[in-house]
Design a binder for this molecule. Structure first.
Ligand code: UGA
Length: 352
């Protein structure tokens, strides 16, 4: 029988890409909910996609009813933007932790499989050069560095889910995204600085003819993972052939795409110039430096290097990423160009 998958946050960056891939590549049914549908395009017309506009913190009965009805639950509703960890830490706790805990408990109550997003942030400032799901220590800063409320909320949920696995045999997989990038990551037309994660912030800066700002010189490194590679891994986890993903944690990342933020900035400017719509603006883009305190305020603390170990996913899921960073950058820019984000009229509408 075709799997019934419930996706909370189906209109998000990961949710919309995952929904699209399921409908294209599998015969499963998807039950989705989100605040809006702007990233879903034509997907809601598919008869295997049952989408409602709603808020999981309000439409609680819908959520519980559909956990009961579906086979696998994928709760993707969360605030995942560092600028908001420092400005709205309690909102992060209420949504990322409290609202998601309720969903986890429904899965326990109804014996449903749970595929839950942990995060690369969970490792915090771990001293390990390569971050391993089973062995790496999770290291956070002091309480006055509110940035860590996101990682701490996610860590607590990982521990709760793990404990339900031990005590009640909850069937779960925890996956840890490492800086996924791709179409629909964030809204690049949003003029407010800090409203996006770094790569889409850079695209937004090109659009709004603003300099790139490298926080503390941009020496910190991230491993950028193209969303299509990530979704391929998620499909394998959802499929869960022979229960190979059950009660496991998998990093989903691309260690070959580990670069400094300065290098990401330089590559973005170079590749943007391949597109006629962006050439002049990209060529004129300056790279400047800013302190973390100036950019994020006093509650921020950064992570210097983040490289995933992906042996577990390779060995046990038969998955590995294929998309190099330049291709990921190019395909994402191409998406925003086709969307019309760089058209002069849209630029005018967004405050140029
Ligand atoms: C991200 C977010 O917490 C989540 O999206 C997610 O859980 C996780 O990590 C992930 O995607 O793996 P981070 O990588 O710090 O955290 O977020 P970005 O906003 O993408 O920033 C990356 C780096 O670029 C940071 O060191 C930041 O200081 C820097 N940055 C950001 C700049 O130098 N300039 C900018 O304009 C913006």
């Amino acid at each position: 029988m075709a799997l019934k998958i419930m996706i909370l946050g189906a209109n998000g960056f990961i949710g919309s890409a995952l929904t699209g891939a399921i409908l294209r590549e599998r015969d499963w049914e998807v039950y989705g909910i989100d605040l809006t549908d702007n990233k879903l395009g034509e997907l809601p017309r598919d008869e295997r996609f049952h989408f409602v506009e709603g808020d999981i913190t309000i439409n609680k009965e819908w959520v519980e009813y559909h956990v009961k009805k579906c086979d696998v639950v994928v709760p993707l509703v969360a605030i995942a933007n560092p600028a908001q960890y420092v400005t709205h830490p309690l909102r992060v706790f209420e949504l990322d932790f409290e609202a998601n805990l309720a969903v986890v408990r429904h899965c326990v109550k109804y014996g449903k499989r749970l595929v839950f997003p942990s995060t690369s942030e969970i490792y915090g400032m771990s001293p390990d050069a390569v971050l391993d799901e089973e062995t790496s220590p999770l290291v956070y800063g002091p309480i006055n560095k509110q940035r860590w409320i996101y990682a701490a909320s996610k860590q607590m949920l990982d521990r709760v889910i793990y404990a339900y696995g031990v005590r009640d045999s909850l069937d779960y997989t925890l996956f840890r995204p490492f800086n996924f990038i791709g179409p629909n990551l964030d809204n690049i037309e949003e003029p407010k600085e800090g409203s996006s994660r770094v790569f889409t912030q850079f695209l937004s800066n090109v659009l709004h003819r603003r300099p790139f700002k490298l926080v503390d010189g941009g020496r910190q490194k991230r491993s950028f993972t193209f969303i299509d590679d990530a979704v391929e891994c998620l499909l394998t986890i959802l499929e869960n052939r022979n229960g190979r993903a059950t009660r496991r944690i998998f990093n989903i990342g691309n260690p070959d795409n580990c670069v400094s933020i300065r290098e990401l900035a330089e590559r973005t400017i170079r590749i943007a110039q391949e597109f006629p719509e962006l050439r002049a603006a990209a060529k004129a883009t300056e790279i400047t430096e800013v302190s973390a305190g100036e950019y994020y305020g006093k509650y921020y603390q950064d992570i210097q290097v983040r490289v995933p170990a992906i042996e577990a996913a390779k060995r046990d899921l038969g998955w590995q990423p294929h998309t190099d960073l330049d291709t990921a950058i190019r395909r994402t820019i191409d998406f925003y160009v086709k969307l019309g984000s760089f058209d002069p009229l849209n630029a005018a509408a967004s405050g140029l």
